[in-house]
Design a binder for this molecule. Structure first.
Ligand code: UDX
Length: 478
C-alpha cells in the first residue's frame, strides 16, 4: 500500500488520468498556474472545515490559485488566512433544520445539500471559465453533481476515515445482506466484508430513521461514483492500508491518501482553522505545564456531539472518583437542556473545565497521558499522531467505526461502552492512565506516532501527486 500514499492508483491496473506524459503535464500545470483556480467547498462544521482549509493552504503553497467557496453559516474568517486565499460566499438561505443544534445530523445534511445546491452552482459558475477543478466535501453530494453539470472536474474530500468511506460504499450490499437496518439482536456479530467492524460499529445516528440514513449514504456514494473525478482521503497507509486498497478496488477514480493533513500544516495554523478560537481556555497550556509527564486526562467530545444531562453527571462523577487530573472541554450547547451546574459535592481540585481548548497543543503537551474522546476522525488522527491512548465514547455517525479501529485494530484505546455509570467510567479512566494495560497501550501508541511522523514525507508526495492530477484535469484552454 505504500504507493497509495505516494501516488494515485488506478483500479484493476487501469492507468489513471495523472499518468499523462511529462510534457503534457507541464503544459497543463502551467495553464493552472497561469491563473485558473481550484475552487474548494467545505461543509460548514469544524471537523470538516479544518481539513479542507488545511488542504487549501497546502495547494496554495504549491503555487495553485485557490478560492474557498463557503456558506454564510459557520463562515471562515478570511482575515485569519493567507491573503492569497480567496473567499467567496455562496449566499445561501437555510431552513431552520439545517442549522438547528437540535436537528439530527442527517436531517441537517439533507437540508444543507438541498438549500446550497443552487447557490453553490451560481457561485461556481460566476468563477468560470477560470476554474481548473473543484474539491468539495464528500458529504456535499449536491455540490458534486452541480460542479459536474457545469463541466468542472470535481474531487471529493473525505474528512473521515478510509474505513468509514469503505463502509458507506458497502451500504447497499449490507442492506441486501440484512445487516442494515441494524438489528439489535445481532450487535456483536462481525460484518464479514468490513472486518474488524461488528454490527454495533456500523454508522448510525440515534433518533434518525434508518431509511433517512440509508438514503443519505446512497446519495453520497452515488454522487461520488457518478460525478467525482477522484477522492482525497485524510488518512495514511500506516493505519489504513488495506481499507485504502479496498476503496481503490471499488472505485474507478483514483484515491489520494494525503493524511494526516494537520501534520503538514504548522501547529500555529490550527487556530486559523478554528472558528471557536475565541473560546480557548486561556490558561490550558499553563495549567498543563504544572503537571508531571503523562499525568493528565484530556476530555473532549468534539464539535458537534450532544449528551444528556445524566451522561454528563456520570462523566463528572467518574472523573472525580478516578483521582486522575483532567482537562475537560464542556462546549456550550454540548449538554441537552443547557449548560448544567456541576453535580453538588464533587471534588474538583484535580480538574479544569474549559469551553474549548487548543486541542493540538493539548495533545502534544508532555503532561497529557490520555484522551477521553468521541473518536471524531480529526480527534482520532490528532491523538494517533501524538501517541496519546484513547478512551472511546463514540456518539454518532462514523465515530463508532473509528472507535473500533482505535480499540481493536490499533490497540491504542479502551471502549467505554454505550451505557456506563460513574464507577465504570472511573475504572476505565484508571485503566487508561495507570498500570500494565496503560503501559502496553502507550507503547503501541508511541509506535503509531512514530509511523505517522515517518509518513509525513509520503503525505507531502501525495499532495504533489494530487496537484499533478488536478492540473491534468484542467483540459480547457486558458
Ligand atoms: C464529526 C465527525 O465525527 C468526524 O469524524 C467527521 O469527520 C467530522 O464531523 P467532530 O465532532 O467535529 O466531527 O470531531 P472531530 O472530527 O474530532 O473534529 C473536532 C475538531 O475540533 C478537531 O480538529 C479538534 O482538534 C478540534 N477541537 C475540539 C478543538 O480545537 N478544541 C476543542 O476544545 C475541541
Amino acid at each position: 500500500m505504500q504507493s497509495h500514499g505516494a501516488s494515485a492508483l488506478a483500479p484493476s491496473g487501469k492507468a489513471c488520468a495523472s499518468a499523462t506524459s511529462p510534457a503534457a503535464m507541464a503544459e497543463k500545470e502551467a495553464a493552472v498556474l497561469a491563473g485558473r483556480r481550484v475552487a474548494l467547498f467545505p461543509l460548514p462544521f469544524q471537523g470538516h472545515l479544518s481539513p479542507m482549509l488545511q488542504l487549501a493552504a497546502l495547494l496554495r503553497a504549491r503555487g495553485l490559485a485557490v478560492a474557498v467557496l463557503h456558506t454564510d453559516f459557520n463562515a471562515p474568517d478570511p482575515a485569519r488566512h493567507h491573503p492569497d486565499l480567496a473567499f467567496v460566499p455562496i449566499r445561501e438561505t437555510l431552513p431552520e433544520e439545517a442549522t438547528s443544534p437540535d436537528a439530527d445530523i442527517v436531517a441537517q445534511l439533507l437540508a444543507l445539500n438541498a438549500a446550497c445546491e443552487a447557490p453553490f452552482r451560481d457561485a461556481l459558475a460566476s468563477l468560470l471559465p477560470d476554474v481548473a477543478c473543484a474539491v468539495v466535501d464528500g458529504q456535499w453530494y449536491a455540490a458534486l453533481g452541480a460542479a459536474a453539470q457545469l463541466g468542472v472536474p470535481v474531487l471529493a474530500l473525505r474528512t473521515d476515515s478510509a474505513a468509514t468511506f469503505r463502509s458507506m460504499l458497502a451500504y447497499p450490499r449490507l442492506r441486501d445482506a440484512g445487516y442494515i437496518p441494524i438489528d439489535e439482536q445481532r450487535l456483536d456479530e462481525p460484518v464479514p466484508e468490513l472486518e474488524p467492524l461488528r454490527v454495533r460499529d456500523l454508522i448510525r445516528v440515534d433518533g434518525c430513521q434508518p431509511d433517512a440514513l440509508c438514503g443519505f449514504i446512497a446519495r453520497v456514494a452515488d454522487a461520488m461514483c457518478a460525478s467525482a473525478s477522484g477522492v482525497v482521503v485524510n488518512t495514511f497507509a500506516a493505519i489504513e492500508a488495506s481499507e485504502l486498497d479496498k476503496i481503490q478496488a471499488e472505485l474507478s477514480q483514483p484515491a489520494f491518501a494525503v493524511g494526516p493533513l494537520h501534520k503538514l500544516t504548522p501547529a500555529a495554523a490550527a487556530a486559523e482553522h478554528d472558528f471557536r478560537y475565541q473560546l480557548y481556555g486561556p490558561d490550558c497550556v499553563a495549567w498543563l505545564d504544572a503537571h508531571p509527564p503523562r499525568s493528565v486526562l484530556y476530555v473532549s467530545l468534539g464539535s458537534v456531539a450532544c449528551i444528556d444531562r445524566g451522561v454528563f453527571d456520570e462523566m463528572a462523577w467518574g472523573l472525580s472518583i478516578s483521582g486522575v487530573p483532567f482537562l475537560w472541554v464542556v462546549r456550550p450547547g454540548s449538554v441537552r437542556g443547557g449548560m448544567p451546574a456541576l453535580p453538588y459535592g464533587l471534588d474538583w481540585s484535580m480538574g479544569k473545565i474549559v469551553p474549548w481548548a487548543p486541542q493540538r497543543d493539548v495533545l502534544a503537551h508532555r503532561a497529557t497521558g490520555g484522551f477521553w474522546t468521541h473518536c471524531g476522525w480529526n480527534s482520532t488522527l490528532e491523538s494517533v499522531c501524538e501517541g496519546v491512548p484513547m478512551l472511546a465514547q463514540p456518539c454518532f455517525g462514523d465515530q463508532t467505526v473509528n472507535a473500533r479501529y482505535v480499540t481493536q485494530q490499533w490497540g491504542v484505546g479502551l471502549e467505554l461502552g454505550e451505557v456506563f455509570d460513574r464507577s465504570r467510567a472511573a475504572e476505565a479512566v484508571r485503566r487508561l492512565m495507570v498500570g500494565e494495560e496503560c503501559a502496553a497501550m502507550r507503547e503501541r501508541a508511541h509506535g503509531l506516532k512514530t509511523r505517522a511522523n515517518q509518513r509525513v514525507a509520503a503525505a507531502t508526495r501525495a499532495i504533489d501527486n494530487l496537484v499533478d492530477y488536478i492540473c491534468s484535469l484542467s483540459t480547457a484552454p486558458c
